[in-house]
Design a protein around this ligand. Sequence first.
Ligand SMILES: Cc1cc2nc3c(=O)[nH]c(=O)nc-3n(C[C@H](O)[C@H](O)[C@H](O)COP(=O)(O)OP(=O)(O)OC[C@H]3O[C@@H](n4cnc5c(N)ncnc54)[C@H](O)[C@@H]3O)c2cc1C
Length: 476
Amino acid sequence: MSTRIVVVGGGTAGARLAQRLPVTLLGEEPHAPYNRVLLADVLAGRYAPEVIALPGTLEPVRLGTRAVRIDRAARTVECADGSLVGYDRLVLATGSNPVLPPLRGLRGAALPAGVHPFRTLDDCLELRALVRPGVRAVVIGGGLLGVSAARALAERGADVVLTQQGERLMERQLDEHASALLREHVEALGVEVHTECRVSGLRQRDGAVTAVELADGFVLDAQVVVLACGVRPRVALAREAGLSVATGIVVDDELRTSDPAIHAIGDCAEHAGRVYGLAGPALDQADVLADVLADVLAASVVGNRSAGAERVGTTDGTLAGASAPRAWTRTASASPSGCGQAQEPSAPARAPSRVPTRPAQRDDCPHGADAPTTDSAPRYKGTRALTRLTLGGPRPLDLAAFGQVTAEPGDDVVQLTDSTRSAYRKVVVRGDRLVGGVLLGDLAAVGALARAWEGDEALPDEAPLLHLLTHDGGSS
Ligand SMILES: Cc1cc2nc3c(=O)[nH]c(=O)nc-3n(C[C@H](O)[C@H](O)[C@H](O)COP(=O)(O)OP(=O)(O)OC[C@H]3O[C@@H](n4cnc5c(N)ncnc54)[C@H](O)[C@@H]3O)c2cc1C
């Protein structure tokens, strides 16, 4: 019997899985899988779209193919073009949808011309076509996405206003001082930053945006508006199929949903109550699931061998036969290749990977689901993700942040500031553990800090805490 693995979503997580296993990958976007993290560089004109392509998948991706319905009883996925794709294991890697804020003038199905979220390569290419020197652009949202978009638009010569409802930029990741330095950097590029500023509506003429209305009564002229107000896991397909959904699609340590034949990974998945919305965890989850499914494929190979089946490899995500190709064997964790400077170094806590094959624990159920879990089974235990961002261009700025960057009573804080170089480094230590940190402008210590934090190990007694910020651990 062959095991057919179908993946819905050709983004960071889905493409990573398809690089390691022979799967049928259904991708709604018309482009070959690309690195979303580098979209701001495409918007800024630093990279051509083809430069951000992800490494190739083992089987061709079915581009422009949207899955619209899952029939769990028949184990089929229905696509928007009417085709049906059968599966034994289904993987949902549907990512996130941008949040559209409840603004006057933004109700109804279509966005006014000039108004774009910042999620896909198409968003980016459409924005790129609109932006010329002198165009007035308003970016709504001062988080990581909004800051990257504002920076990129300014680099293309637009007059950019960045509006942030909160008190400071990137407030989820940065402390007050780092936010202030980031603001200085962005303003030095000519971006006008408004914090504690609520946008209440959009004005339009002939279907195109003309201005942004603020809650305090001010009106900002705008020919281009970028919506960077956060994302929400894309769960409609799962919910309609009756899978358990909280904020994201609920998965266990083997990335299984409430239906053991269906898995979910990446932005759409919720593991241990957490939805990450970051590339590093999406890659980690894809790697763990590749190990889980490699065992399922290996088991089906053994099943076929004992049934006397001939070796057959197909191009539709099915695989039958006697020996597993190298690509889908379980291996030591692959590096997050193809993800550029804004990538998350990450440490998935999981059982050590080992080379297959594990025929003794093959699935009992006819579809390969409901496999008994053994202690050596690959498991996802969460990712300690470090947010890292490079704002490129003529005056690049690097920043990295992780964990809790604001100290609680009793915490130790070590902080170094170099105002002439706009550099800032800070770590928060609780007991003998590193619980958070932020680096801006000088990332020499990031490798050593990331290792200490991701490993969650006790800090050495003998080293002064200042060492954490001045010692690069050979990573620079
Ligand atoms: C501009 C930008 C900058 C970012 N910067 C960073 C950063 O610096 N660091 C970081 O860690 N993260 C960053 N992120 C977030 C990161 O890109 C995501 O966390 C990551 O891409 C999640 O991967 P994913 O595979 O879960 O989802 P995605 O990469 O979004 O892929 C999901 C794919 O599924 C497709 N899809 C959805 N539904 C269907 C369907 N029904 N049928 C077929 N296909 C479907 C979608 O079209 C999409 O192509 C950034 C995101 C953006 C947009």
